[in-house]
Design a binder for this molecule. Structure first.
Ligand code: IPE
Ligand code: IPE
Ligand code: MG
Length: 248
């Protein structure tokens, strides 16, 4: 029998008030994890889904109200067709399988990215999951799929330019609030903490606008190995930081 996990509840060295309200993760290292195990890359993606499921549950257990996960970037289309196809099918299957669980766990799922560029069958599953879970309130779970931060900024700019052209707003009406309200993430909070696994110290086109004042934590752990103990470490590190937002 498995020993009861000591990490079901918020570890005592963490303080709820000082936890990030919104955590975002750049889930990197699936391919390297698989290679290390002598497995094909796709097996790393499969294992990565389990990691994400447990992280979502952990956020819920520990009182973190928003989690955003980077699942597929606009640049990831340049991977081998076989891998891209596997990922699209995996997303669709997982969504279908997990919908009931998300309803039970009161998870509100949301997707950001250029969703109309995804396979139609996946788009249908995405729409269904977003609409069915829209009133759930325990945790906001956002998945960035076919997401690119630059593309998001261009899309927002086009929408605003259109409003100016129609005479609905004047150029001087454009401020941060108006701009944010045209991003895919409109109405959602910016991440307080962004975690990247697998040791890469880069943003890879993730949440460029929203990350302006996020704390960044990079761990060498590969995504499939990122567990509650690793998350605990990231949160403890975050709690020790002094977020100044430009002040002294
Ligand atoms: C992240 O793992 C998953 C996606 C980008 C979909 P990778 O597939 O990038 O794994 P590595 O970086 O090659 O190890
Ligand atoms: C970032 O990982 C994208 C996702 C996690 C979805 P990548 O593996 O695609 O990033 P690079 O290529 O190392 O910058
Ligand atoms: Mg990678």
């Amino acid at each position: 029998m498995k020993p009861p996990s000591v990490l079901q509840q918020l570890p005592p060295d963490l303080t709820l008030e000082r936890l990030p309200k919104h955590v975002a993760v750049i889930m990197d290292g699936n391919g390297r994890w698989a290679k290390n195990q002598g497995l094909p890359r796709i097996m790393g993606h499969k294992k990565g889904v389990d990691t994400l499921k447990d992280l979502l549950r952990c956020c819920k257990d520990w009182g973190i109200k928003a989690l955003t996960a980077y699942a597929f970037s606009t640049e990831n289309w340049s991977r081998p067709l076989e891998e891209v196809d596997f990922l699209m099918t995996l997303f669709q299957r997982v969504l279908r399988q997990e919908l009931r669980g998300m309803m039970q766990e009161n998870v509100q799922i949301h997707f950001v990215g250029k969703l109309d560029g995804l396979p139609h069958s996946l788009q249908a599953e995405i729409e269904r999951s977003m609409s069915e879970t829209q009133h759930n309130q325990d945790i906001q779970f956002t998945v960035a799929t076919n997401y690119g931060g630059r593309q998001e900024i261009i899309d927002a700019t086009k929408a605003i330019a259109h409003l100016v052209q129609q005479g609905k707003i004047a150029p001087q009406d454009i401020d941060e609030a108006l701009f944010s309200s045209h991003l895919y993430t409109a109405g959602r909070s910016d991440p307080d903490l962004v975690i990247r696994t697998s040791g890469e110290m880069r943003i890879s086109n993730f949440l460029l606008w929203q990350m302006a004042y996020s704390e960044i934590y990079v761990t060498d752990t590969l995504w499939p190995d990122f567990n509650r103990t690793e998350f605990h470490k990231a949160l403890a590190n975050y709690q020790g930081r002094d977020r100044r937002f430009g002040k002294v």
